[in-house]
Structures are given as C-alpha cells and as structure tokens.
Design a protein around this ligand. Sequence first.
Ligand SMILES: [Zn+2]
Ligand SMILES: [Zn+2]
Ligand SMILES: [Zn+2]
Length: 440
Amino acid sequence: MAQDPQFTRWLEQITATGGCSHPVHLSGSTTTLDATTGEILRHYDTRDQPGERLLVRCRNRRATVCAPCSRLHAGDTFHLVRAGLIGGKNVPVTVRQRPRLFITLTAPSFGAVHRAGEDRCRPRRGRGQCEHGRPLGCGALHDPADYLLGQPLCADCYDYPAHVLWHAHAGKLWDRFVIGVRRQLASAAGVVQSRFPDNARLSFARVAEYQKRAAVHVHAIVRLDGPAGPTDEPPDWGTVDCLTDAVHASASRVVVRTPYSPAVGELALRWGIQVDARPLHADGDGPDDDAVAAYVAKYVTKGASETGAGTDYRLTTWDDIKAARVSGHVRALMSTCWRLGGLPELAHLRLRSWAHTLGYRGHILTKSRAYSTTYTALRADRARHVGHEVPPGTVTDAHWRYVGSGHTPAGSQFAAGIAEDLAGLREAIRDERAHGGRAQ
Ligand SMILES: [Zn+2]
Ligand SMILES: [Zn+2]
Ligand SMILES: [Zn+2]
C-alpha cells in the first residue's frame, strides 16, 4: 500500500496542512490562463487526488481545538504585533521611536471574590455578615491552584447581571475609550477635536484576557504617529507623557449606559480603577518589545475555555449550561446570559449566543487599520514562499466547494505525528538560536 502513488499524495496533503487536526476537505479546480492568449498555463483538479479532495488547514486559533493551527496563528499574531512595535513586514522601523505604551484596562468589581497573593484573602474585620448570613471576609492564604480563587464570597451578593452586561458592552467601552484618548490629546495640544486627524494618528492592537474572576481585561499597545500613520512623525506635543495622561484621563471618564430594562434597570458601565500604562522605550529601557509582542500573542491562542471561563462550543439549550464542565461562578454567569438574553429590551446583545464566552462578543485580538500589517498579508506572504502566487499577466478560474472535514483514524494518527515533528523541529531551532553561538 505504501507504494500506491495515491497514498503518497495523501501523506503529502496531510504534511502540507502542518498536521492540522481538523482539516477542511475541498473539491474543485483552479485553472491559470494567460491573460492575453487564453492559453492554459496550469490546471489543478482534485479529481486526480486521493478521495478526489484537497485537505486544507482549519486555521483555528485555539490550542484546544487544533494545536498545529493555533501555533501558526500565534506566530502570525506575534509578527503582526511586533511589526507595529519595531517595524518590518512593510512597517517602517521608525515606529520604534514613536510614543508607545503598553496599557492594561480592567473590569470594575462586581462583588468580593477570593484572591491569591502574599497576603491573606480579604482579612476579616469583626464578625460581619452579609444579608444572606455569609461572612464578609475570608482570611485564608489561598494556594494558587485553589478552586475557590475568583469565586465570590457570596454568590447572592455578586452582581451577575452587571458582570454580563459589562462584557456585552466591553467593545463599546473600548471604542469610547479610544475616542476619549484622541479628545484628550486634542485638548492638550489646543487643537479642535475635529482637526485631530490632521495632526496625529492613534494606532492600537488589543487583546482580551479572562481573569480568575471570569471578567475580561484588556491589554493593548497604543502608538502615536503623525497624520499619515506609521511613516509619519507625530507633532512636537505628541510625547509619551502626553499620551500617558490622555490614557488615564480617558479610562477614568468613559461611561456606557445600558438600555433600560425593567429587570435590571439602567446601568452606567465604566472601566475598573486599576489602569496601567507603561511606556515602551526604543533604547531598551523598559519592557522588551519582543517580550510584549509574545505576551500579547499568547492570549490569542487561549479561548475562554482555557482559562476556565467558558466553553469552546456554543451553548444552545439550558441543559448545555447545566452540563458544562465549569465552576459554579462561571455557570452562574452563563445562566445570567441565558436569562437576560430572553428579555426583548436586551435582545440586540445576543447574550444567549454568547453565553459560552459570558456575554463577551467579538475578537480576542483587535487592531486599528494603521497599526501594522494584517493576517491576510501575512498569509499571502507565506503562500508566496511556497509558490502559490498568481504570476502577473495571468488570470485564474477557480471552482471550489466544501465536501467535509476531519480525519480518518489513520489520517489522524499521521497528522499528530507530523504536528509533533514540526513542534520538535521548532524547539530544536529555538535551542540552536539560544545556544548555537556558545556550544562550539
Ligand atoms: Zn487545524
Ligand atoms: Zn478567600
Ligand atoms: Zn450575600
């Protein structure tokens, strides 16, 4: 069987997907023609392939869904974030000289939760109890692996609707925050707000991360350029200090009001009071650019499920919520999404569709257009390296359709082997880079 050319081709296909664990099966053809003469230069047809199909990567970013594809995606994210910090991938290296901050914005408190650290968790003062008869303090020294961490001291006191509605509006809070930073910068510079784009441009890349208490917080790289973007110097007033002040001022002022609901009223949502803004210095004084890019990239491969805050899959029934393997706190958040999701005045938030991410919609990584390159550009770059580029002066005629996904048991084993080999190779290259100079 190993001599069968179809078998060899099948192995080649799995190898080409980098050992993807859930490849997508496509059927169809691509014909490349000379644009002027109409002569057929190349024709690829899955009719000649094993099973008359082509396997392509699933491209899932989450490690629990597909480890090989998530590694590839993390690599792309790293390059995308790094290019905005130090240049490369068509971004000028001068971006490194621009005012750049690494900021962290948190969610506010929705109720007391158990926490780890050097100190005792919420030391008890007196014999206070909440109205549900539970102690107001804890006083324990929690082990970092303690299941209690992030769980509320009293689930009945915890404001679950506010937590879920905050998640549902986190994207809007971020948008308003960015508008606020521009506004603060404009007023500091004595520029009319509407004229800000003529003077400077604010770029960012941000990631969302679930904390122990299952609330999202946001890490972002913020950069100030001149009006034309990465190629352009910011004006004289555009300093690191000015940007830092604008970030703090905007984060403390932004408010998003939820639509009125008879069940939960109308909430005024804000960022938490903990706001961190660290300048990134080009001279290496401050957090290392590569470390920051790697830190940001790391979160992109993690879904809500990896941090215990949610599931990999959508929850479509109340029974799904009951069956999910999550903590009581997370289940309460999911149930709240389900309950509030049934209210007509909150229908636009689609809380039931997003119960698995606790109401948080949207992407883990978001970036402004001028920040750096794109995933699409990075993929096209990779395609060029392996020779899938469309040569100039040609046209392509492609017809493809989806015919399935996944592996046969044998294919699955083989793919896992490929993935392991590639991971090993990557490690060897890393080792070589780290020790190569010294070993001889
Ligand atoms: Zn995959
Ligand atoms: Zn505690
Ligand atoms: Zn209570």
